[in-house]
Design a protein around this ligand. Sequence first.
Ligand code: ADP
Length: 270
Amino acid sequence: TEHFPAMVRLAPLRRGYVLLLAEDVSGPQRLEATRRDFTANISHELKTPVGAISLLAETLASHPDNPEAVAHFSGQLLKESARLTNLISDIIDLSRLQAPGVLEAPKVVNIDQVIGQAVEASALTGKANGIEIVVGQPSNAMVLGDFDLLTTAVRNLLDNAIRYSEPNTKVSVAATLEDDLVRINVVDQGIGIAPEEQERIFERFYRVDPGRSRAKGGTGLGLSIVKHVAAKHGGTVSVWSRLGRGASFTLVLPAAPQTLTGEAGTVTEA
Ligand code: ADP
């Protein structure tokens, strides 16, 4: 019944008649099934870093007199615990975003500042991977919403662009304001995504190449978080890509009404 919005039961009656009972399970029961799937996936995903951490701790304990081994395995241990921390923080973000309801206390958010903050957060990873992040012209675009959530969304797109690119390539990010829509575009020159995978990548924990994702610190939740942030702001996220030809992700959000932002895009009221 998890995959069918309506559950149909046949109730036998006397004298050869049957009563057809249809129960709508598209609401709370479907939500419950989704929650169960998510919990099962989480337990599975947590087992990988937790297993690695206990194995590394054991290995470390058995090499107390070998400084090289100690340095190597403690480095690995730190990497695995960082992975666990990222995973937990993505799980918490996603659980909050999955809760039904609209954003609490939305404010006028300057999209150029969102991009600035996201670039700052991703810059180190970019540098470590030999990737230059290029920022487009200021858009003066404003959106009614949550600064931190929007920054997380743009940061996730940037981190992915870096994660799935080779060194000495560029990642660019730019926003444009057209009529009453704000477009934030993140483009890379990386490995790309085959058309048949493009819908699935927004699902929780779906990865085209789980090995590469994990090795580069991915949690499998980044795009799912982006999709939920877009939805909470009344917007969408989409991708254009071909294998080996990079990827271009676009977040489209409704612009904040002019009455809230003033003529030159300055905030007059929150
Ligand atoms: P992950 O933590 O694995 O990156 P995401 O939800 O952010 O999880 O992305 C899901 C999958 O989509 C990734 O594992 C990867 O296979 C693919 N993907 C996402 N962004 C890109 C990109 N810019 N280029 C190529 N593949 C990408």
